[in-house]
Design a binder for this molecule. Structure first.
Ligand SMILES: [Zn+2]
Length: 425
């Protein structure tokens, strides 16, 4: 494959990952044992039935071409997450693996309707419960803080409404996060079956979330056409999840590039779930989106259920779309730029990415910028080159200062020793 390189050497940022979808088969077994739940027969493939190198944390046994089987697997794994301890374990497991694979920033999608409900004793119906939500967020925050301390990885969350539950249920989530703000929840989203309802049905919920200070990242253009993407943009989305159908409409492509709306690309998920791709990433528009100047990120969507992770999605993207190391570094920087972290955090994370670049990496970035044809892409890459040079210069100055300090320290020591020797003479 042309442009093939060792993708483990590139820093990675993940923006599209459903927390319940990160449950690996190994974790599913652990949670099932904890809650004394019997997993369905043949739920997980036996060892030897799959390539352990490709699926290091086990493999679910569903048939990839059966959407219903995928949903059942997702729901079964998600239902195993019940307690704050479960959310702590799953978050810690995911972030640790992500950080060890070069992850520097992660955003995860939370569904309060899944995570933060209790049964109303009178009606017997599920209701959003602020107390339970606080307990769950407490456990998740503990995992996030530990991983930041251990690996330096930054994490934020997007609270999501599920569109197939109806517009009232989505509005309830928007109200719930408005009334129960949390410093790590910085975004609001819409997920679930894209065929249910129109974006305008959720306009009020999106407006309330925005007024609560949350940025918007919604699933669009995965199953439905480009109109769903332009609707999402019109209603204030900063990012669209999947956005595969954008290529069907030149105006949508133009809007995404010019308005700097990110498309969260999820290669393996798209290969399995987007019928238009016919199971082949050769049909995926990621390369076209990137070359049109649109900011993209590379994501697992449901790392555990798809038997993938951010590292694997980068290998897949290198293979399928031929993204070079410089392009992937730009993609990571785009993800941080379009993340829902505060300005200071973004700046810090980006500085660390630039610091990780070698002289060779900077040279490659400069060549990429020089050869870029799309003006929006070129402008962005030129700014990457400038920044990478600024950080490299800063590092050189710091290094020189460090050396000077060291030598002045050692000459001070020598002077002190001479004085001491003179005294004792
Ligand atoms: Zn998703």
């Amino acid at each position: 494959m042309k442009n093939s390189f060792d993708t483990s050497t590139v820093k990675k940022a993940t923006l599209h990952e459903h927390i319940e979808g990160t449950v690996t088969p190994e974790m599913a077994v652990k949670l099932a044992n904890r809650h004394q739940v019997k997993l369905p027969e043949g739920f997980i493939m036996a060892e030897g039935q799959y390539d352990k190198n490709d699926f290091p944390n086990g493999r679910y046994a569903y048939n990839e071409s059966e959407f219903g089987e995928f949903i059942t697997t997702y729901d079964t794994a998600a239902a195993l997450m019940k307690t704050p301890q479960d959310y702590y374990d799953v978050t810690k497991d995911y972030l640790t693996k992500n950080a060890n694979a070069g992850g520097v920033y992660v955003e995860m999608i939370l569904s309060p309707w899944h995570m933060s409900t209790t049964k109303n004793p009178e009606t017997g119906k599920d209701q959003l419960d602020a107390k339970k939500h606080a307990q769950m967020m407490g456990a998740i925050t503990k995992a996030v803080e530990e991983c930041k301390e251990e690996y330096g990885i930054e994490t934020r969350f997007i609270a999501t409404g599920v569109r197939n539950m109806g517009k009232e249920a989505v509005m309830e989530v928007a109200k719930f996060v408005h009334d129960n703000p949390h410093p790590l929840i910085t975004g609001f989203g819409i997920a679930g079956d894209e065929r249910a309802g129109e974006f305008d049905d959720f306009a009020d919920a999106l407006a309330l979330a925005k007024a609560s200070g949350l940025k918007l990242a919604v699933h669009a253009g995965e199953i439905r056409g480009p109109k769903s993407i332009s609707d999402a943009i019109r209603l204030g989305a900063s990012r669209v999840g999947h956005g595969v159908s954008a290529v069907q409409d030149d105006q949508v492509m133009k809007d995404l590039a010019e308005k700097k709306i990110m498309v969260e690309v999820c290669p393996t998920s798209n290969r399995i779930l987007v019928n238009d791709l016919k199971g082949d990433l050769a049909n995926h528009p990621a390369r076209k989106l990137y070359d049109a100047g649109i900011q993209i990120s590379i994501n697992p969507d449901d790392a555990g259920i798809f038997g993938t992770n951010t590292a694997k999605e980068h290998r897949v993207s290198n293979n399928a779309f031929g993204f070079t190391k410089a392009e992937m570094t730009d993609i990571t920087l785009c993800a941080v730029d379009c993340s829902f972290a505060d300005v200071k955090t973004k700046k810090q994370v980006k500085e660390n990415i630039y610091k990780s670049m070698s002289a060779e990496d900077r040279k490659e970035m400069a060549e990429l910028a020089a050869n870029a044809k799309n003006p929006i892409l070129k402008e962005r890459l030129d700014s990457r080159v400038k920044e990478s040079e600024r950080v490299a210069k800063k590092m050189r100055i710091e290094e020189m200062k460090g050396k000077a300090l060291k030598s002045s320290k050692s000459s001070n020591l020598a002077l002190a020793k001479r004085l001491k020797d003179n005294k004792s003479r």
